[in-house]
Design a protein around this ligand. Structure first.
Ligand code: ATP
Length: 517
């Protein structure tokens, strides 16, 4: 049988980096094929060559047995290959249908036929269970819908092969389930799916076969049903990774963070956070669960000072910081790993040396006699790159060229290294490979055991449940439930995340009042 896709001997180099090294990659028609590998293993670059974004330096690509050379993404689209990237490429001011048909608009008597565009988009969406409204403006729809728009866009261009690059990183558990239903429907229709992901449970649940890349080489092709998460991990990392739950916390100490009755409301808009109270003690991890967009990020931004609070107070180790600037709060001892590692967390055109020095530049050893010590900055960067296993050509490399997971490691490394009493971490392992998740979790636990207070905001319920001793649930801007680690299950948290009234013992504060016992 002829393979749907056959990439042979693909090599792709960037200055100082061999991204793909003589890779063979085969995908059968109608399968869901997972592409896995550590951060920087070369997955996205390999798929970008299949999607015509990059051209291989060496090697050949065959589509259903026919040798193809794409000089642009359009070439790949013409060959029936569509890719949904990690960052979406849509026009916010246009409608969903306008985005989908862009540059392939249906026409009637020489004019764009909007009605038929809307109908066509609705037809495709309905056929595969992709819930969306073709007439909605892209700027007004949530990220999960944007992804569906990208999928419909590829299907409208008659993609037979759909490549999805870490599609579930931005999705809630419910949206992930929906996406998997869509992928199964596409497969039933004879289409071929290539899925780049770091999530082993997803690979086990949805894929037929798995290809593993390591250091730019194809090191394994496995039939999923005959494999296991442990085996796949061993191929990815070359070692055994501890996939078990990290050790439990010790008895927590003094209150470090006291957020009291905080409301966040920008002028003229509805409050994004309403009367939220959160306490985190030394040596404690408190998790915040919630469907994206229920005020978690706004609460974190209010604590770090990126958003003003309308009422309430933010106190760190007894100091009221409610009116302090971001710099004052950071100096007082708040470290912050933001959800947006590109825009907020790093400066893409600056080197790892500079990015890792940020915030450390006001203290020794980097600041010496009121001047920055370049030697100390380089030494500092080298130490953190080594400790966190960041894959980077040189510390002087601009972080904008790093793979997603490696950039995440840079941001987490910098913030953890402050040794601040409080760390607020949003999605600390988003896009990060299993080996790196293990090491970031270990670092977070060490921080906790060293007396650090960690406020963890994550869309990964498994992460929240394994690290936190208490889990708060936010719904529509309010902290609506509080569940102790021992009682937390995905099903229970899922109910509260969907707005179900909590049982009395799960009402916020009930744990502290002893009602749970
Ligand atoms: N434009 C570029 N310039 C220089 N190096 C690059 C460029 N794009 C990618 N690289 C490098 O190529 C290597 C492979 O990157 P790629 O994005 O394919 O990794 P990945 O396996 O998809 O990783 P992740 O899981 O972190 O997304 C990395 O070392 C990356 O830093």
């Amino acid at each position: 049988m002829t393979a749907e896709i056959s990439m042979r001997g693909i090599t792709k180099r960037f200055p100082g980096v061999l991204a793909d090294d003589n890779v063979d990659f085969e995908v059968e028609t109608g399968e869901i094929h997972a592409l896995m590998g550590e951060n920087g293993a070369g997955k996205s670059i390999l798929m970008s060559q299949l999607a015509g974004v990059y051209q291989p330096d060496e090697g050949e690509i065959y589509v259903r047995g026919e040798k193809i050379a794409f000089s642009s993404p359009q070439g790949a689209i013409d060959a029936g290959i569509g890719m949904v990237f990690q960052s979406f490429k849509l026009f916010p001011s246009l409608t969903i249908a306008e985005n989908v048909v862009f540059r392939s608009e249906p026409t009637k008597r020489g004019l764009i036929d909007r009605k038929s565009a809307n109908e066509r988009v609705r037809e495709i969406a309905d056929r595969y269970g992709l819930a969306l409204d073709p007439t909605a403006r892209v700027s007004s729809v949530p990220v999960g819908v944007l992804q569906r728009v990208e999928i419909v866009k590829a299907l409208y261009r008659e993609a037979r092969v759909l490549i999805l690059d870490e599609p579930t990183a931005v999705l809630t558990p419910q949206e992930t389930e929906n996406l998997f239903d869509v992928l199964r429907a596409l497969k039933a229709d004879g289409r071929t799916i290539i899925l780049i992901t770091h999530k082993l449970n997803e690979v086990m649940a949805i894929s037929d076969r798995v290809t593993v890349l390591r250091d730019g080489r194809n090191v394994a092709q496995l039939v999923t049903a005959d494999s296991s998460p442990e085996e796949i991990t061993r191929h990815m990392t070359g070692r055994d990774v501890d996939l078990s739950t990290p050790p439990p916390a010790l008895e927590p100490g003094e209150i470090v963070l006291d957020v009291h009755d905080v409301t966040v409301a920008e002028a003229g808009t509805n409050p994004t956070v309403q009367h939220a109270s959160v306490q985190v003690r030394a040596g404690e991890v408190v998790g915040i669960a919630g469907v994206a967009g229920n005020g978690q990020v706004e609460l974190a931004e209010a604590i770090i000072g990126m958003r003003p609070i309308a009422s309430g107070s933010v106190t760190l180790q007894g100091n009221n910081l409610s009116r302090s600037s971001i710099a004052q709060r950071r100096d007082a001892g708040i470290a912050y790993v933001p959800e947006d590692r590109h825009g907020v967390g790093s400066a893409g055109t600056a080197s790892a040396i500079d990015n890792l020095a940020l915030g450390h530049h006001r203290t020794a050893p980097i600041l010496q006699r009121r001047l920055l010590s370049r030697a100390a900055m380089v030494e500092h960067a080298q130490r953190l790159i080594k400790r966190f296993g960041v894959k980077i050509a040189s510390p002087a490399t601009a972080v904008g060229t790093l793979s997603g997971g490696n950039l995440q490691k840079v941001v987490v490394a910098r913030e953890l290294d402050y040794g601040s009493p409080l760390l607020i971490a949003e999605q600390p392992t988003r896009g990060v490979d299993v080996g790196a998740i293990e090491s970031i979790h270990r670092e977070l636990c060490e921080y906790r055991d060293g007396g650090g207070a960690l406020l963890l905001i994550s869309a990964e319920l498994s992460e929240i449940m394994s690290l936190s001793s208490r889990i708060l649930v936010m719904f529509e801007g309010r902290v609506t439930a509080e569940v102790a680690k021992e009682e937390a299950t995905e099903a229970l948290l899922g109910l509260y995340m969907a707005g179900h009234e909590p049982e009395p013992r799960h009402r916020p504060g009930a744990l502290a009042n002893g009602d749970a016992r």
